[in-house]
Write a protein that binds this ligand. Structure first.
Ligand code: HEM
Length: 160
């Protein structure tokens, strides 16, 4: 039984690291970018557990505040366009949670290329996401579902 989202994320990442080709073939025909950016969670139970669009928007505002003030990673966001980042994250999370949204932002590899991000940056951001989900009272089972969608993106985001 997976109890923590981080644990779920690590398990998902390990699975993907060990069989990237098989997973790409099994889940998408649209190539590597689609694999990195994920496909929506099925059904509406998880979307509801995130308190629907209003909850996702609230969570994202809280998340952007956390990552931009987290001393471990705040410097990464200096000079970033936070209005755009918040807008794209709201769309991306809503899309992944199977809400009525489309994500039209950059693919994760393009969005983060040249930043030299490390695993520890990714882990700090994942911890901040957990805190934002706790603050929104998202139950653990639903937290795990989103973390399992974000975990495979580590390979596209982390380059160092
Ligand atoms: C699963 C993990 C992550 C997801 C889902 C994610 C998602 C996104 C999205 C949707 C964008 C906007 C793309 C666009 O403008 O079209 C973005 C940009 C960005 N991300 Fe991430 N990201 C992740 C990890 C990280 C990490 C670990 C860092 C640094 C600690 C980071 C720093 C940034 C920065 C600085 C930008 C550019 C903001 C700007 O437009 O100026 N991201 N990310």
């Amino acid at each position: 039984m997976i109890r923590s989202p981080i644990r779920a994320a690590l398990v998902a990442a390990t699975v993907i690291a060990s069989a990237p080709l098989a997973l790409a073939q099994a889940t998408t025909s649209a190539g590597e970018a689609a694999l990195a950016d994920g496909t929506p969670i099925k059904g509406d139970a998880v979307y509801k557990a995130f308190n629907e669009k209003a909850g996702i928007d609230r969570l994202t505002d809280d998340f952007v505040h956390r990552i931009t003030t987290d001393p471990r990673i705040a410097a990464r966001f200096q000079g970033a366009n936070l209005t755009r980042l918040t807008f794209e994250l709201k769309a991306q999370f809503c899309y992944l949670l199977n809400g009525p949204c489309t994500y039209a932002g950059k693919d994760m590899k393009t969005a983060h290329q040249g930043m030299g991000l490390r695993n520890r940056d990714f882990n700090a951001l994942a911890e901040d996401m957990q805190k934002s989900m706790d603050a929104e009272h998202v139950p653990f089972w639903a937290q795990n579902q989103l973390m399992a969608k974000l975990a495979p993106m580590q390979h596209a985001v982390v380059t160092k």
